[in-house]
Design a protein around this ligand. Structure first.
Ligand code: NAI
Length: 400
């Protein structure tokens, strides 16, 4: 199947004007496309447009664009409010690419795609911004799943350069290549991921949170100490607990549960009671004023225990688990080694790519850490990736 030429003259549709959709619309319009921004709620459109206008005004203030360019970008975006189930999607009929960024619910997305494919031209491409659902399952709602793929932006799409391009099982390879080139032309940095739970970033990053929670639950260290170790000794911008409070405990727990369930309950991804309880209590993090830490005015953050040996133990345990995930993602062909490392540095700001980090700290050393954890706990959670074991035995590195 031939895809439409992806020139600037092609109209782009974005469905869902929330945090992600409005940002994606801004990115596409900034590149030069006419954009139809669709939502079922007037309030979402109003909020989405207000966000876009604020960003554009800031870009003028910072002399990144002129005021004339700001106006041009803004006029390229046409907001549409309608009922997605009852022909309201007609405004998207001439869009060559439609990116869906609605609520994260498989049935709702499937029904939207089935309706949408009857409205757009036969050669239009349909993309989903899903972060945790199967692209293949969304595409299978369509008569022509060959033109359905995942285009996974990170939050906020205007600032974060990483985009995971995810072909489903039935997606046409040529369409995937052309969408990837287009998103690169939008100024993004794309990586190719297989349609597997969490794709690259949301899969590999899980131990940053999960292993930190385990260490806390076992009483090895408190939260400020774990955060200190990962920040000051590990070089991460934020510690796991600070970051979970920033992301939102409900969102982080949902991502963990989704990967855990979708991997048929692989214990490496097992959620923790601590996070479940915080979520149940409504201690969701910065947005509710309380999470792992107290954000009320005058609250005093407990001091970490700055013991280097303890800090090193925490850092090496979490890093080994992260490297293990990265190696397994490579082993199971989720993505290439280069894309895995680029995804983690651009998508979640890791100070180094995990596979390059493995080369640096030593693959045999990482296998030793994992094997010791596995022997001590007797849990499959700590099993070293077969790839790491093979490489350690043969003295290989990831990047020569
Ligand atoms: P959001 O809740 O901010 O926005 C969703 C928007 O979709 C709302 O404005 C809602 O009115 C609209 N909507 C819901 N059902 C609709 C329908 N049937 N037709 C048209 N519009 C509909 O959600 P957010 O955070 O923007 O997420 C959107 C998608 O992007 C989800 O699939 C999410 O998993 C994914 N995603 C979210 C990220 C994040 O950090 N928030 C990061 C990467 C992906």
């Amino acid at each position: 199947m031939m895809a439409k030429e992806f020139g600037k003259e092609m109209a782009v549709g974005v469905i869902g004007a929330g945090a992600m959709g409005s940002g994606i619309a801004e990115v596409a319009a900034t590149y030069g496309h006419r954009v139809v921004l669709f939502d079922t709620q007037q309030a979402s459109i109003d909020k989405g447009l207000a966000g876009i206008e604020k960003n554009l005004a800031r870009n003028v203030e910072k002399s990144r664009i002129t005021d004339a360019v700001r106006r041009e970008i803004r006029t390229r975006i046409s907001p549409v409010v309608g009922d997605s189930a009852e022909g309201g999607l007609g405004a998207l009929a001439d869009c060559g690419l439609v990116i869906e960024a609605i609520v994260e619910n498989l049935n709702i997305k499937r029904s939207l795609f089935a309706t949408l494919e009857e409205i757009v031209e036969p050669d239009a491409v349909l993309a989903t911004n899903t972060s945790s659902l199967s692209v293949t399952a969304i595409g299978s709602a369509c008569k022509r799943p060959g033109r359905v793929l995942g285009v996974h932006f990170f939050n906020p799409p205007t600032l974060l350069r990483l985009v995971e391009i995810v072909p489903g099982l039935a997606t046409d390879g040529a369409i995937t290549d052309r969408v990837q080139s287009l998103i690169d032309a939008w100024g993004k940095s794309t990586v190719r991921a297989s349609d597997t739970p969490g794709f690259i970033v949301n899969r590999i990053a899980r131990p940053f949170y999960g292993e930190a929670l385990r260490i806390y639950e076992e009483g090895i260290a408190d939260m400020p100490t774990i955060d200190w170790a990962m920040r000051d000794l590990g070089g991460f911008k934020m510690g796991p607990f600070e970051l979970m409070d920033f992301i939102g405990n409900d969102i982080n727990l949902a991502a963990t549960k989704s990967v855990y369930e979708a991997t048929f309950y692989d214990s490496r991804f097992k959620p923790t009671l601590t996070q479940q309880q915080l979520s149940d209590a409504g201690f969701l993090g910065q947005k509710t004023g309380r999470g792992y830490y107290d954000y009320s005015s005058g609250a005093v953050r407990p001091e970490p225990t700055k013991n280097e040996d303890l800090g090193d133990l925490i850092f090496r345990r979490i890093l080994s688990m992260l490297i293990n995930q990265a190696a397994d993602a490579l082993y199971y062909r989720v993505a290439s080694a280069q894309d895995i490392d680029r995804a983690m540095t651009l998508g979640v700001n890791y100070p180094k790519g995990l596979l390059a980090w493995a080369d640096e700290v030593g693959i045999d050393e990482t296998v030793k850490w994992l094997t010791a954890l596995q022997e001590f706990y007797g849990e499959e959670r700590y099993r070293p990736s077969p790839l790491l074991k093979t490489m350690a035995g043969d003295g290989f590195t990831f990047f020569g």
